[in-house]
Design a protein around this ligand. Structure first.
Ligand SMILES: Nc1ncnc2c1ncn2[C@@H]1O[C@H](COP(=O)(O)OP(=O)(O)O)[C@@H](O)[C@H]1O
Ligand SMILES: [Mg+2]
Length: 263
């Protein structure tokens, strides 16, 4: 709408990251600038090694940038914070805890205990449809179910930002599609700012309002593509001409960067 401006939730300002490795300095990110609006769904694509995870970990506060800053709600990010929830590809569940205990863990850390913690955990376990598996241990669950637990655990502490690093990357195509629709449903209900990394261009287009294409190392933002396809998006969306045009374009750009890496 003309004149309407969404609040900036995350501001990434000239972020540079240099790793000191055995072979000397390695520039992983070389001046990344990006504003992400409140409740926006952003997907990040780019060739392997271009710095996607580095950027996510800096936003999460798990890594410090060499220079530059990240701001969340206008405040400089220093370390992790409960307003920023993270979901990784490797479920990162505690193997010795049941589904319910895994989801309650983060709540307990925040000082939410007893009945309140249980109620909150139950709400999100139901949301991911695992209420029949409360007392199961991670090893008794499929990959998709484990990732649902990780998502419920991230949601339970009610972060306003969700940072997801290829969360569905290890899942089979069907489970992945299922979790994509569930994630979109929850996002529409609960409204969060999502920063989602994927190497799957279809996944990026089906989920995102904006796709960020990163260039080959040292990582920078190469292009921001608006995805103006209305939600809810379904499997049919993937057959539409607008989807295919976007896919062609984004895939071409990513492939170009991939070739740069191989030079
Ligand atoms: N702890 C580290 N020490 C040295 N180099 C690293 C470290 N973490 C990542 N890198 C390097 O930084 C680059 C970017 O890594 P990463 O952010 O994981 O990329 P992506 O997630 O896009 O695949 C890669 O070349 C990787 O090898
Ligand atoms: Mg990565």
């Amino acid at each position: 709408m003309a004149g309407e401006e969404r609040n900036i939730k995350l501001k990434i300002e000239n972020v540079k990251k240099i790793y000191n490795s055995r072979n000397g300095e390695m520039i992983a990110l070389n001046g990344v600038n990006l504003n992400i609006a409140e409740n926006e769904f952003i997907c990040v694509v780019g060739p392997s090694g271009c710095g996607k995870s580095t950027l996510l970990n800096i936003i999460a506060g798990l890594l410090e940038p060499t220079s530059g800053n990240v701001y969340c709600d206008g405040k400089k990010v220093v370390g992790t914070g409960t307003e920023r929830g993270v979901v990784f590809q490797q479920y990162a569940l505690f193997p010795w805890m049941t589904v319910k205990k895994n989801v309650m863990f983060g709540l307990n850390l925040q000082g939410i205990k007893g009945e309140e913690a249980e109620e909150r955990a139950m709400k999100y376990i139901k949301m991911v449809q695992l209420e029949d598996f409360l007392n199961h241990y991670p090893k008794e669950l499929s990959g998709g179910m484990k990732q649902r637990v990780a998502i419920a655990r991230a949601y339970a502490v009610n972060p306003s930002v969700l940072l997801m690093d290829e969360p569905f990357g290890a899942l089979d195509a069907q489970t992945r599609t299922q979790l994509q629709s569930e994630l979109l449903e929850t996002w529409e209900k609960e409204q969060k700012t999502c920063f989602f990394i994927t190497h799957d261009v279809d996944e990026a287009i089906i989920l995102a309002q904006k796709v960020i294409i990163m260039s080959a190392r040292p990582g920078r933002i190469k292009e921001i593509v608006d995805i103006n396809i209305p939600y809810p998006r379904t499997q049919e969306t993937k057959m539409s001409p607008e989807f295919l045009d976007l896919k062609n374009h984004i895939w071409g750009q990513v492939y170009h960067e991939y070739l740069e890496v191989r030079k």
